[in-house]
Design a protein around this ligand. Structure first.
Ligand code: UGY
Ligand code: MN
Length: 246
């Protein structure tokens, strides 16, 4: 039997690794028939919220975005969403971006459907329209090579427009692929591994990570990663973008 006093999860002032073994469920008003795990939140010093929701067949998420926009991504399974006068059944790899001030209703999930959410208080930008509701999906044919390295590909899921103050990208590393440099930047990240294994360096600490693990990187958390194992490693990540650095 494994010793239950051990975990790969780590929480520091500037970064966190959250592995599923330590999840404790939260009750979120309007989200029923599901377990919700709040992975990243302002309580840890973050300016985004990241949750993972696992639904039963009776699951239902009903609510209204207020100050925060919410990006919902189907990690596995399927679910029907009604928002902004539209209705659509989302499958694994598909997403809906729900802008501020929108009602949303998710119903009819497959048993065990898992959703990832990123929330951030929306900062409007004068002269640029607030984004509307948006559907989309993971599509490897829309993932260009990153920094001239054939082992790395990034798909940007949201339009690269100044109206958006967040980016959500899917980053695929072929086996042996690694970041070409240690990044040191003002932008914050929330991240979920969708596939494979990797070594992540955060503030000069080294962590083995794998599918199902989440990472929080505060602004200026130094970061580097390399894929390990025989299959590509893939993560979806959030980044705050496009606003004046106050
Ligand atoms: O967009 C980014 O900053 C990205 N390259 N960072 C990361 O994957 N840790
Ligand atoms: Mn980065």
């Amino acid at each position: 039997m494994e010793i239950s006093a051990l975990t790969r999860s780590v929480v520091t002032r500037n970064h966190a690794i959250i592995a599923p073994d330590g999840y404790i469920n939260s009750n979120v008003p309007g989200w029923t028939g599901c377990t919700t795990n709040v992975i990243i939140n302002e309580q840890m010093g973050a300016r985004l919220c990241q949750t993972i929701i696992t639904l039963t067949a009776a699951g239902r998420l009903q609510g209204q975005t207020k100050a925060s926009q919410i990006f919902f991504y189907v990690v596995q399974g399927q679910i029907t969403v009604a928002a902004g006068g539209q209705e659509k059944t989302l499958q694994t790899g598909q997403f809906v971006y729900v802008p501020v001030g929108s009602d949303y209703l998710f119903t009819n999930p497959g048993e065990g459907t898992q959703l990832l959410t990123f929330h951030k208080v929306y900062e409007p930008l004068e002269g640029h329209a607030t984004p509307g509701l948006l559907f989309g999906e993971k599509d490897d044919s829309k993932a260009p090579v990153y920094m001239n390295d054939e082992a790395l590909r990034i798909q940007e899921l949201l339009p690269n427009e100044l109206g958006f103050d967040i980016a959500v990208n899917i980053f695929t590393y072929q086996p042996g692929g690694r970041l070409p440099m240690v990044e040191t930047h003002i932008m914050e990240h929330g991240l979920l591994y969708l596939q494979g294994e990797a070594i992540y360096m955060l503030d000069q600490q080294w962590y083995p990570v794998k599918k199902g693990d989440s990472i929080w990187m505060a602004p200026y958390c130094q970061q580097w990663a390399a894929s390990i194992g025989k299959e590509p490693s893939v993560y979806i990540y959030y980044k705050n973008v496009n606003r004046f650095p106050t």
